[in-house]
Design a protein around this ligand. Structure first.
Ligand SMILES: Nc1ncnc2c1ncn2[C@@H]1O[C@H](COP(=O)(O)OP(=O)(O)OP(=O)(O)O)[C@@H](O)[C@H]1O
Ligand SMILES: [Mg+2]
Length: 256
């Protein structure tokens, strides 16, 4: 099975601080991989390097066999990578439906002229995008909230809405930055099943940053452990659970 994403020698320095240091890992095509590590380990920085938000200091990012190092962020979705953010980013004052529709528009085929003059092409495509938005909301369990204002949704549902927006851009690789943050155990469990379901249904690959170890261990087929910007270990959940370095540095020594 081939890799959809490869990260080689990835390094990011902020002044004197090496936030990410010579990190290597891969995400298998169709796989769900986890990126874990203590606060400040460099997890979000890696997402920002993959998506071009930060320029890399050294190293390379390869997606579907092509070098995409330092691709501008606005081109990343077109390439096939979308993400969610650790701090939720939504149009807070728009409805749930409009949040998804605006994301769908980003990949629409019509231009400004079509939309101003409301050409037949515009109306045809607009209908397709509206149907697509409703379908996505149904799959993500948000259809009955479609007219609610995003800001008024419970936290867990806002996170789901952000995932819906990321899916609206038709990614082949989905990057999720702490999707279960702020969720109760019930919501976390549902989210875990949802992520696995999304992967199967949309035939995509997932890289997820997550602090809930239980979720990571059950959801991911492959886990990368970071500590102080360096890769500590890389392997199956069982291998990670038994890794001496990980236990000492991250899982809290022999307390378990
Ligand atoms: N733009 C920036 N300028 C300077 N330092 C930064 C910047 N972004 C991140 N850092 C530093 O890089 C290190 C890694 O941060 P990062 O946000 O990647 O950690 P993280 O693993 O996502 O942590 P958390 O679990 O808290 O989200 C931290 O020391 C952080 O302060
Ligand atoms: Mg982070």
């Amino acid at each position: 099975m081939s890799d959809i994403l490869q990260v080689r020698g990835l390094t990011k320095r902020f002044g004197g601080l090496a936030a990410v240091s010579e990190v290597d890992f891969s995400v298998r095509e169709g796989g769900i991989a986890g990126l874990i590590g203590p606060n400040g380990a460099g997890k979000t920085t890696i997402f920002n390097l993959i998506t071009g938000v930060y320029k890399v200091t050294a190293g390379a990012v390869t997606f579907e066999g092509k070098d995409i190092t330092d691709t501008e962020p606005y081109k990343i979705a077109d390439i096939g990578i979308t993400r969610t953010f650790q701090n939720i980013r939504l149009f807070k004052n728009l409805t749930v439906f409009d949040n998804v529709l605006t994301a769908c528009h980003a990949s629409a085929g019509y231009g400004l002229f079509d939309s101003l003059v409301r050409t037949p092409r515009f109306r045809r495509e607009e209908k397709v995008l509206r149907d697509k938005s409703i379908e996505l909301l149904s799959i993500l369990g948000l259809a009955d909230r479609k007219d609610a204002i995003a800001n008024g949704l419970p936290y867990g549902l806002q996170r789901r809405l952000e995932i819906t927006r990321a899916l609206a851009l038709d990614p082949r690789l989905l990057l999720l930055d702490e999707p279960a943050a702020g969720m109760n155990p019930d919501e976390t469990e549902q989210l875990m099943r949802l992520i696995a379901d999304i992967r199967d249904r949309f035939k995509l690959s997932v890289l997820v940053i997550e602090h809930h170890m239980d979720l990571v261990m059950r959801l991911c087929e492959h886990i990368v452990v970071l500590n102080f910007g360096q890769k500590l270990a890389d392997g199956t959940p069982d291998a990670i659970r038994g890794d001496k370095c990980v236990i000492e540095a991250y899982l809290g020594g022999g307390d378990e």
